[in-house]
Design a protein around this ligand. Structure first.
Ligand code: DX5
Ligand code: ZN
Length: 218
């Protein structure tokens, strides 16, 4: 199923719940939450206390993208009624297989994120343990960057492997996705689209979310 996951990194943090309601009402299926620690990436964002509050205001499922060091120590802190998937970076987990097992043991979907320069063969021995692959199309840390064109080929390669193996793994793409390239990302093989600045930077967030969904399903 094709899904839209607006990234709250670009939302108005003073009116976070209101911004989230707009995308939820417009039909976005997931809420992408960028957690940054100032170590794994050069930026600091939000963490469990904020999500704990938001869980009281919305029913949209949380898609938690951890861009932090020592992710294993924090996974349990991201369990809320809304949490559906937790994604860790291949580059940040020494014992990636173990980390995925601990996410799944909590009855959550487990995702692995790959930075633009990370080859897909890091997934070679964990294909059967994955619910989602997050292909980064910008270097993580900030919203509003440009989509790296070389990533189209990576998306197609991951799609080809998943289909050949007959696996049920979502392909999420994150970074630089706008109304004018979202369809191309889907055609390359993605089925979950993350969009931050393109959605929350719009004048009418509700209308823009609707337009994204329409474009994605063309
Ligand atoms: C970047 C984050 C993204 C970011 C995307 O490290 O992982 O989720 O919010 O923002 P845009 O859509 O503006 O590139
Ligand atoms: Zn993200």
């Amino acid at each position: 199923m094709i899904k839209l996951a607006p990234s709250i990194l670009s939302a108005n943090f003073s009116y976070l719940a209101e911004d989230i309601r707009k995308v939820e009402k417009a039909g976005a299926q997931l809420l992408h939450v960028d957690v940054m620690d100032g170590h794994f990436v050069p930026n600091i964002t939000i963490g469990p206390p904020v999500l704990s509050c938001l869980a009281n205001y919305t029913n949209i499922p949380f898609d938690v993208h951890l861009m932090i060091e020592n992710a294993d120590d924090y996974i349990e802190k991201f369990i809320f009624k809304n949490t559906e998937v937790i994604t860790v970076h291949a580059e940040g987990c020494t014992h990636l297989h173990r980390t995925l097992q601990s996410i799944k043991a909590l009855n959550l979907k487990a995702g692995v994120a790959l930075n633009p320069a990370t080859p897909i063969d890091v997934l070679d021995y964990i294909w059967n343990d994955l619910d989602m692959i997050l292909i980064m199309s910008v270097n993580p840390g900030f919203g509003g960057q440009n989509f790296i064109e070389a990533i189209f080929e990576k998306i197609s390669q991951v799609r080809e492997i998943i289909d050949r193996k007959g696996l049920n793994i979502d392909i999420q793409v994150d970074g630089g996705i706008k109304l004018d390239n979202v369809k191309k990302v889907i055609d390359a093989g993605a089925n979950i689209i993350v969009a931050g600045s393109a959605i929350f930077g719009a004048e009418d967030v509700y209308k823009q979310t609707k337009q994204f969904l329409e474009e994605m399903n063309k």
